[in-house]
Design a protein around this ligand. Sequence first.
Ligand SMILES: *[C@@H]1O[C@H](CO)[C@@H](O)[C@H](O)[C@H]1NC(C)=O
Ligand SMILES: *[C@@H]1O[C@H](CO)[C@@H](O)[C@H](O)[C@H]1NC(C)=O
Ligand SMILES: *[C@@H]1O[C@H](CO)[C@@H](O)[C@H](O)[C@H]1NC(C)=O
Length: 442
Amino acid sequence: MARSRCNGKVLCLFLLPCVMVSHLVIYIMVSIFVAVSYSPPPPPQLPLHFVATGASGNSGAQASHPVRPFWNLRLEDGALWNRLQHISDREHNPILRSNVTRPKILGTRHPQEKMVVCGQDEMWASQLHDFNTLPAQMKEFVLSMHCRYYPILLNQPNLCAGDGTETETPFLLMAIKSQVGNFENRQAIRETWGRSGWIQGDDGGRFWFVRTVFLLARQDTETGPHPDLSALLDLESRTHEDILQWDFKDSFFNLTLKDILFWDWVSKHCPHIHYIFKGDDDVFVRTRALLDYLNQHEATVQKTDRNKTKDLDDFVVGDVIANAWPNRQPGTKYYIPDSFYKGTYPAYAGGGGVVYTGSLAMRLKEVSQRVSLFPIDDVYLGMCLHRLGVSPSHHSGFLTFDLPEDLREKPCAYHNVLLVHKRSPKEMLTLWKELQVPPQEC
Ligand SMILES: *[C@@H]1O[C@H](CO)[C@@H](O)[C@H](O)[C@H]1NC(C)=O
Ligand SMILES: *[C@@H]1O[C@H](CO)[C@@H](O)[C@H](O)[C@H]1NC(C)=O
Ligand SMILES: *[C@@H]1O[C@H](CO)[C@@H](O)[C@H](O)[C@H]1NC(C)=O
């Protein structure tokens, strides 16, 4: 009896802890094994017709995953954009700022210096081990990405001035990215959805003051084999007084510059604007429906207590694409090499068109000075918003990928549409005419 009690004690004192510890060891070993054999899931497969900017669609090319745990990542091995951004973040960190020695990679000049002579520079190209194998547009981008100030060639300083009264400050400014040669697109927009003036909402209520402006860069004999259209452009600019043009080459990877320079322009010449629509010259916008929608937003702002107003001012709406991966397929328009950018894109409003408040444009202007240039303009806007802590809202009325084919001809199908991509100048005129008739039964 005594012996068995003793055995029971031995069991309690030694055996039980041993059993428990061995269970723990087995548990730890199993979890380590699971962690080691885990491979990250592939990014979600997108439907075939969905060709998001930056998303690689159904192609096999995907962003790389970090090979080492994140705490072990060495910055020197990182992609160029990520490194530049990291340095810029350190420079602007209020705690670290005072004693930062300027890293060699940035060179001796300050990228934000307004007087920088903006030529091409090998400074950052030398940081890219595969620079020589990159596509031409990527090379050109890297050679000039330190530069973001270009002089304005055609300006409209009075575009937003009106007669100086409160009522004449435009409610909506439509900023359309266009190219010198797209005269027909611009004229179709002026005659249809981009008409400047007092526009009534679809609900038949108030009239709103709307202005349209076109954002251009240079496309002439100096920037490539382009016909000389400067005389025509001058005439157009004098006739309509709605062209802004800056002195840089108008290329796909330079589109981000248009956003930055436009934000700068707005802060100087249109600081009281309520809303900004930024879009391309091949979309169709139901401007009156958009005005109603913005009016509702405005009403919400006024209803909510003043303390929350700031949040409602941080308003961006469009066709939001979340968790997109950089396109890793060389030879495609949106190709971003692994050596330039690592990671996923922040949520961004996809191409075609996006609406935000004027006050947000001011904040974007400020924050963009701390975000390294990125070649895809929509993604760059997403990066800036991310830094401001603002998430873009999705609206199903922004049809970046068009209506189903069988619905395109039916005016009723446009009932809930705010924006549709893409429409030729002719299609804009036809659609505009069709949509003038109020929808009967939809
Ligand atoms: C910055 O460095 C100087 C000398 O290099 C030192 O005297 C000073 O205390 C430092 N400042 C901060 C905020 O660390
Ligand atoms: C952008 O414009 C600048 C100035 O014209 C030019 O040097 C650069 O090559 C352009 N970048 C791209 C990617 O076309
Ligand atoms: C705004 O917030 C302050 C304190 O946070 C509060 O005293 C004030 O009543 C609030 N104003 C409104 C209109 O809710």
